[in-house]
Design a protein around this ligand. Structure first.
Ligand SMILES: Cc1ncc(COP(=O)(O)O)c(C=O)c1O
Length: 422
């Protein structure tokens, strides 16, 4: 399949035929034709790497911070913007937006009407935190390793509503241990467990299904911060059983920056009140009679004029991920991460913070050096053109490496070699 055909298949159905000329135009960038359709084949991943404008000079290893977008996404945004700017219209069309959500719902294992577009994970977390009916003294369980997005929101709510935060340190030893730590914090005042699906510090995969089952058995709500799982690993939100889940489009999903999704379980829509409302939030509205009924779907959390090109780009990103196959992505990302983990393990001065149990690890690998402070080590790796991320959450001083679809085994080996010379 030629690159143009690949791009066309990715965007097919998203915007009708409107994108095709731009997709074909992208062929002039000189990217070679796709030699194989087998994702198990190295040639496939080389082909896939060429779908990104991302520079080859520097190994980009911070997808957990921000994902790089492929041409399919960039071209989709540009094409929609070109189209709309010719007529100066917003491009807001219910059918189009529904179609974009349908692709994401298939990827996340939920219903289309349970998804709202957001600007990022942080916005989704804020909608949930401020929308749930907390009373003073209600308790929320979190980890000590939250990203500021799932930390500041709750601390702010503690000041405003008088909720009480209870924290546990996520264990990299076993899922049972994490369940035990959460169980130990449960009390009659617990209203919510709000934890990451994949922990930002160490890449630990939380036993979310078991945690959400435990929450439900105690009449406690469950919220998952999915910033580090969407686009990285397969999952099914209905199977997990969480009440809400927020993620970003601009990380592992490879979408445009300032995009995201919020999932709220259908039965929870009326419990999570929408506070930021306006155009598109209402199902029924009449100003003169003070009538306001929230939109029957999660669209109730959307409001006002937004960038339709960015949403079309997010739809193209979801289509891109689904075109490769989320199972294949997870396999590839994990194989790269495993090679890194095993390589770093051989270096005597390295302390690995990611779990020794491969089943609990993700595509983010975190480590420290016994003799080099993490920022010094980061600078050292910079000289090898390696873009890493420093980890300070949870009081750690470590470096995190993200391995995603554009990462090569050579780049992983460069990290190992770089750390070895530190
Ligand atoms: C676990 C976690 N939650 C939330 C966020 C915030 O994401 P955003 O800035 O896209 O809202 C991040 C970002 O790295 C994260 O790792």
């Amino acid at each position: 399949m030629r690159r143009s055909e690949f791009l066309a298949s990715v965007v097919a159905g998203l915007t009708g035929g409107a994108l095709l000329p731009h997709v074909l135009h992208a062929e002039t960038r000189g990217v070679p034709a796709w030699p194989t359709e087998n994702p198990g084949d190295d040639q496939f991943w080389t082909f896939l790497r060429d779908q990104f404008p991302l520079s080859h000079e520097r190994a980009y290893l911070n997808t957990g911070g921000l994902g790089a977008s492929p041409y399919a996404v960039i071209d989709a945004v540009k094409a929609k913007m070109d189209e709309l700017e010719q007529v100066s219209e917003t491009g807001h069309a219910d059918e189009l937006l529904l179609e974009l959500k349908t692709g994401a719902a298939a990827l996340f294992g939920c219903r289309t009407e349970e998804l709202a577009f957001t600007r990022n994970t942080t916005e989704g977390i804020n909608i949930v935190a401020n929308g749930l009916p907390f009373a003073p003294g209600d308790e929320v369980i979190l980890t000590t390793h939250e990203h500021i997005g799932n930390a500041a929101t709750w601390v702010a709510l503690e000041k405003v509503k008088g909720i009480v935060l209870k924290r546990f340190e996520p264990s990299t030893a076993s899922s049972e241990e994490n369940l035990a730590r959460i169980t130990g914090l449960l009390s009659p005042r617990t209203r919510l467990i709000a934890i990451p699906h994949v922990v930002t510090t160490t890449g630990l995969v939380m036993p979310v299904r078991e945690i959400c089952t435990l929450a439900r058995s105690r009449n406690v709500w469950s919220f998952l911060d999915g910033a580090q799982s969407a686009g990285m690993m397969p999952f099914n939100l209905h199977d997990i059983g969480c009440d809400a889940y927020a993620t970003s489009g601009h990380k592992w999903l490879l979408g445009p920056k300032e995009t995201g999704f919020l999932y709220v379980r259908k039965e929870m829509l009326d419990t999570v009140t929408a506070h930021h409302v306006g155009a598109y939030s209402a199902g029924e509205f009449d100003f003169l009679t003070d009538k306001y009924l929230p939109h029957p779907t999660a669209q109730r959390y959307e409001y006002g004029t937004v960038s339709i090109p960015l949403r079309v780009g997010l739809g193209a990103a979801v289509a891109f991920i689904r075109r490769i196959g989320i199972e294949e992505i997870w396999k590839r990302d994990r194989a790269l991460a495993d090679r890194l983990y095993e390589g770093l393990k051989e270096i005597p001065d390295v302390v690995l913070l990611s779990s020794p149990d491969a089943r609990l690890r993700s595509a983010m690998t975190t480590f420290m050096h016994k003799r080099r402070p993490h920022l010094e080590l980061q600078k050292h790796l910079d000289t090898f053109n390696l873009r890493t991320r420093s980890v300070t959450e949870g009081g750690l001083e470590a470096l995190r490496i993200s391995t995603h679809v554009y990462t090569s085994f050579d780049e992983v080996d460069r990290v190992i070699a770089g750390v070895r010379t530190a």
